[in-house]
Design a protein around this ligand. Structure first.
Ligand SMILES: [Zn+2]
Length: 632
């Protein structure tokens, strides 16, 4: 996922499990893994799931559901092929807000008893299903609630086309259980088939093999042959069309958005080639994007085969496509090799940020990637400052027990994780490091792993008893200690050095209109805006805005950064644009700092509440959870 929780609450995750004899495994399907191998999977405890997969575990899901826009519900059956490993009489699934109607066993659907446990605010309710020692299939008939946290139901007004409603899911971290009864831990992997019925004028897509075109029955079938963790279950329904980019890549979007999206992401096929050159073959067949309406709360979500992406990266100049590199990189780090628990989230995100920047470097050169590294480092130091350098949440290995996994996960996992990997790369050289990472991805392919397993692999496959190297890498200092080790690399950028000179000239009185900013990318602009003093007078604000038209920028990153200055300096010229932005965009990364800046003064807070009352229906639950708390 690419949200960057720089400013406040983080994203969380939970889960855990691991395979023992994980020799290099290049195949992917359940069929190719024997039951004995599967049974060997050692599952460690996941504090964010009720499932007990060492006793009875799901292997494959057949989902048969209908999507009802009038009642804002999904109903149908989730039928699981299971392994009753302990030969006991119970299997446990995670649910939250689901209405469980009936549960059946076996292929002839013999009804069985079940009960729901107590409700936990974050975790929901365990579903205990009575099974027999020989049970190999459990079928659950269920219905979601209209306020299911994973589901966002948009009315036609909230879409780009304004004619049809739209639905999308966001299952990470532990929201899959709000739309499917499931063993909702990243340590458990399943394959799935799905049959989804939708209104005839709409089309359905999933994190699976997709239809590419609308049919006239409204019934769509899907297959996900590779094993995935539950947080990658994804569905979207709406008026959408498909546009091919390359032989293996393409884009789904509303008809009103498809042309802009096709232009913006025209280089995604090249990205895939660049990624494969660095860390080996892409293992998921196709790589497509789904461009969602603006209320999507994240930058992107790496749903396998079909990344969900915010339209706020449609900048018309392909300047924000590192987000696609990020989601694509997750096809290796995260989707292929998965954090076993949300405490190990840095394994997903640290590797992904590292790999994302390598892809950008491969495509656009080192000076370009260096800019991204510096911006990321700024985010990291801000996050550490906010959390406090002694905060336990600034360690890579987290402890989120008893907390919503959506809290406590911050830029640390992304940027400190990346910096640690860069640090190892510097210590051993890029060639040796790449060899190691390639081996890591191959060894743990289609498995979940945790921090301890990774460190063990690092010791046996890279450090290999070299005490000097071990000291240089300093696992303890990076992974288990708060803050940043003193010898960390501070990224620098030549292109930003030039921006800094320009900024200094402005600060020393040169009018904005005389500054040389030709060919600046949005990264240079962002660096410039971030450097601006916290306190500026109206004349300075006007000078900048007149020269660079920040208030009306078509670039969401530039806008969001500029609005912070506009709010802090009471620059009311930007008020209208600010309100439009907040009522249209649901991306939490932008919303949180803007509302926070507004809420800092009594008048600002009044303004914030007025806008929020109007805009809230456009936001996904993962955004409103944070904002409700902030603005209450
Ligand atoms: Zn990510």
């Amino acid at each position: 996922m690419k949200p960057y929780q720089k400013y406040l609450l983080g994203l969380g995750m939970a889960g855990s499990l691991h395979l023992t004899a994980c020799t290099t495994q290049t195949t992917t399907n359940t069929e190719t893994m024997t039951t004995a191998q599967q049974a060997q999977q050692q599952v460690s405890e996941d504090v964010h799931s009720y499932a007990e997969p060492t006793k009875a575990v799901a292997r494959h899901l057949d989902l048969d559901i209908a999507v009802n826009f009038d009642s804002k519900t999904i109903s149908g059956t989730a039928s699981y092929a299971i392994d009753n490993l302990a030969k006991g009489n119970e299997i446990i699934f995670d649910t939250r807000g689901l209405q469980i109607e009936k549960v059946f066993l076996g292929d002839n659907k013999e009804e069985t008893t079940f009960r729901l446990g107590e409700t936990d605010k974050f975790l929901g309710q365990p579903l205990y299903v009575t099974i027999k020692p020989e049970t190999n299939r459990v079928t659950i008939k269920y219905k979601t609630s209209p306020d299911a946290a994973a589901l966002q139901w948009l009315n036609p007004q909230q879409t780009a086309g304004k004619k049809h409603p739209f639905l999308f899911t966001q299952s990470q971290a532990i929201l899959a259980r709000t739309w499917i009864p499931i063993q909702d831990s990243p340590g458990i992997r399943i394959t799935y088939n799905a049959k989804v019925s939708v209104p005839k004028e709409l089309m359905a897509v999933m994190s699976a093999e997709n239809p590419m075109e609308k049919n006239d029955t409204g019934v769509y079938s899907f297959q996900m042959k590779q094993q995935i963790p539950s947080y990658l279950m994804a569905l979207s329904v709406g008026d959408m069309v498909f546009s091919e980019v390359g032989p293996q890549t393409g884009i789904y979007a509303e008809p009103a958005t498809i042309e802009a999206a096709a232009y913006e992401f025209a280089e995604m096929d090249k990205m895939l080639v660049a990624a494969e050159k660095i860390y080996g073959k892409y293992r998921w067949d196709r790589y497509d994007l789904l461009v969602l309406p603006p209320s999507f709360p994240f930058g992107g979500m790496e749903n396998p085969r079909l990344t969900f992406v915010t339209p706020t990266v449609l900048a018309k100049d392909r300047s924000l496509t590192s987000l696609i590199a990020h989601e694509l990189a997750h096809s290796w780090s995260g989707n292929l090799v998965t954090n076993a628990t949300w405490n190990d989230f840095w394994l997903n995100e640290g590797f992904t940020v590292y790999f994302e920047r390598r892809i950008m470097e491969e495509l656009y050169g080192k000076p370009y990637a260096d800019m991204l590294a510096v911006l990321g480092y700024q985010d990291l130091t801000n996050t550490i400052k906010e959390l406090g350098a002694e905060s336990e949440d600034t360690r890579l290995k987290l402890d989120l027990e008893g907390r919503d996994p959506d809290e406590g996960l911050t830029d640390i996992a992304y940027e400190k994780g990346n910096l640690f990997l860069r640090h190892i790369e510097m210590a051993v050289g890029r060639e040796r490091f790449d060899e190691f990472v390639n081996k890591y991805f191959n060894t743990f392919a289609f498995q979940s792993t945790n921090t301890d397993k990774f460190l063990e692999f690092l010791r046996t496959d890279l450090i290999k008893g070299d005490t000097e190297l071990a000291e240089k890498i300093d696992i303890e200092g990076w992974v288990f200690t708060a803050g940043l080790p003193e010898d960390h690399i501070k990224p620098t950028s030549e292109r930003f050095a030039q921006v800094e000179e320009t900024y200094t000239a402005w600060k020393n009185g040169k009018p904005a209109s005389q500054l040389i900013t030709k060919d600046w990318s949005s990264h240079e602009w962002l660096h410039f805006i971030r450097m601006l003093p916290a306190n500026m007078n109206q004349q300075q604000m006007q000078d900048l805005d007149k020269a660079f038209n920040f208030t009306n920028s078509g670039n969401s990153e530039v806008l969001a950064a500029w609005f912070i200055h506009a709010i802090n300096n009471n620059y009311i010229t930007a008020d209208k644009a600010l309100e439009t932005f907040l009522t249209n965009v649901g991306r939490r990364k932008f919303l949180v700092p803007i509302y926070k800046a507004l809420a800092a003064t009594p008048e600002g807070k009044k303004k914030a509440l007025a806008i929020y009352a109007k805009a809230r229906p456009n936001y996904h639950a993962v955004s409103t959870v944070t904002l409700d708390e902030m603005l209450k």
